[in-house]
Write a protein of this length. Structure first.
Ligand SMILES: [Zn+2]
Length: 150
C-alpha cells in the first residue's frame, strides 16, 4: 500500500480492528518514510450478478438511488435510505455467498422498505415484480394489511 502523502511504496500496519459489525477490517498504517498515518478499510468483495450475466460490485449508493426514486414525494429522509441500504447489505452478505443475483438484492430491499414507507414499497414492488394490472396492486395491498394485523 503506497503512502497517500509521499507515495512511498511501503507502509506498516500499526493497528487493525473490525468495523461495520465484522464486515470490514480497518487498519491504521504508518509510513516509514514521512511518518504520517493513514487508514485503510478492507472488505470482502460482494459481486452482484445482473440478468445479463455481467457482474458489478455491490453498492449501497446504488440501493439508495433505486429506493430514492420510489420514495419521491414521500417523507423519507436520506438517513433512513442509508440505513435501509445498510440493512440490505447485511442481509445479502449474511447469505455467505460472494456472488448474488441482482434479483436477490431487490428481494432484500422489499422487507425493510415495507417497514419504511408503504407507498414507496408499492411503487418499488410494482416495478420489481412487474405488476401488470390494478389487481396486482390490490393483491399486494391486501398482503400489506395482513402483514400489519399479523
Ligand atoms: Zn509517506
Amino acid at each position: 500500500m503506497h503512502c497517500p502523502f509521499c507515495r512511498h511504496p511501503d507502509s506498516r500496519v500499526v493497528d487493525s480492528r473490525e468495523a461495520d459489525e465484522g464486515q470490514a477490517i480497518r487498519r491504521r498504517r504508518s509510513c516509514p518514510e514521512c511518518s504520517r498515518r493513514f487508514t485503510t478499510v478492507e472488505t470482502a468483495v460482494l459481486a452482484v450478478v445482473k440478468r445479463s450475466g455481467v457482474t458489478e460490485p455491490f453498492s449501497r449508493d446504488k440501493v439508495v438511488r433505486g429506493v430514492r426514486r420510489a420514495c419521491q414525494g414521500r417523507p423519507v429522509d436520506d438517513h433512513a435510505l442509508y440505513l435501509l441500504a445498510q440493512q440490505v447489505e447485511e442481509q445479502v452478505r449474511a447469505g455467505g455467498s460472494a456472488e448474488i443475483p441482482s434479483h436477490d438484492v431487490g428481494l432484500a430491499i422489499l422487507g425493510p422498505l415495507q417497514d419504511l414507507d408503504e407507498v414507496a414499497y408499492l411503487r418499488f414492488a410494482s416495478v420489481y415484480r412487474s405488476f401488470t394490472s390494478a389487481e396486482d396492486f390490490e393483491k399486494e395491498i391486501s398482503q400489506l394489511r395482513h402483514h400489519q394485523s399479523g
